[in-house]
Design a protein around this ligand. Structure first.
Ligand SMILES: [Zn+2]
Length: 298
């Protein structure tokens, strides 16, 4: 509606009249409803019992990289066994996969949503987090790849937030000092800058996500998207390539200081931090000179 005002289709006065009209009010409640649903925290969700009216997949939600082990997929659109075959065939399958459909379906009991059914079938060792009504896998390993591009048999290990006795695992703080890759050599001002940069970035991302949510149809509700997995759920914690002036560095999340740093790819030394322009705020002149020298060499 705000857009309509901006574009001049309606004015503020009309907008407020529309909003006050009780017959129309339900049009404006979608966002609020979604937000309310979202507000049940991961901690709460993790403490809930199994709901057999929802997809039984355990989903990956984490706190500082450690996963909750009892969060159930929100989707109520479970795929009945009779419909499962056509759902699986929606994907591009290899001959080998096509041949394994029958065997797979003989064990399928109808408890997955569309997304988790497909993932369960396509992951090399079935859905990596299993079902919430079955014991958790003690060493969950996420196969690299995605539902869209297919999975590989390379894995990334993940850790639970709770040990096998249910006690919360405390992450050991990393040792300070000594290691060159620790950015503790940065000044307090710089640290403050990172914090601000990070907050701004998070806010922008959150706003973007909300906007996209709003544009989705009901079919694509939170339920279906909730199961992550089209991308690595720990994306933010993983090193990602960071290319500046054609030179590839690594963007690394520094858990200790809660900000990103840029590392050199050969010895993982910290050379600076990402800046708003997609460049690097170099830690010192020496690092900047080195970068310039590398550009010159290209
Ligand atoms: Zn699901």
């Amino acid at each position: 509606m705000g857009e309509l005002v901006k574009k001049g289709f309606i004015d503020e006065e009309v907008l407020s009249k529309i909003k006050e009209d009780s017959d129309l009010s339900h049009f404006f409640q979608v966002k609020g409803r979604k937000k309310a649903k979202k507000s049940s925290s991961d901690v709460e969700r993790n403490s809930e019992g199994y709901d057999n009216h929802r997809c039984c997949a355990r989903v990956w939600k984490h706190e500082g990289g450690l996963g909750f082990d009892n969060i159930q997929c929100n989707s109520k659109n479970m795929i009945e066994p009779e419909k499962a075959e056509s759902i699986l065939r929606e994907r591009d399958l290899t001959t080998e996969q096509e041949e394994s459909i029958e065997g797979y379906l003989s064990t399928y009991d109808g408890c997955f949503c569309k997304k988790h059914l497909q993932i369960d079938f396509l992951m090399p060792n079935r859905y990596w987090l299993g079902k919430v009504n079955e014991p958790r896998p003690e060493n969950p390993k996420l196969p690299l790849g995605s539902l869209k591009k297919g999975y590989t048999d390379e894995y990334k290990e993940h850790k639970w937030l709770f040990d096998s006795e249910g006690n919360k695992v405390e992450k050991k703080p990393r040792k300070k000092g000594g290691k060159k890759s620790s950015p503790s050599g940065l000044s307090n001002d710089e640290k403050k800058e990172f914090q601000e940069w990070k907050l701004a970035k998070e806010k922008a991302e959150q706003e973007k996500a909300e906007q996209e949510k709003g544009e989705e149809t009901d079919e694509m509700d939170e339920e279906v998207n909730d199961g992550e997995l089209d991308s690595d759920p720990e994306e933010i914690l993983d090193d990602t390539p960071y290319i500046v002036d054609g030179i590839t560095y690594k963007k690394h999340w520094c858990e200790e200081d809660k900000h990103f740093v840029i590392l050199e790819t050969d010895d993982y030394s910290v050379i600076g931090v990402p800046n708003d322009e997609g460049g690097i705020d170099f830690k010192d002149e020496e690092d900047e000179e080195k970068h310039k020298a590398m550009i010159a060499k290209k």
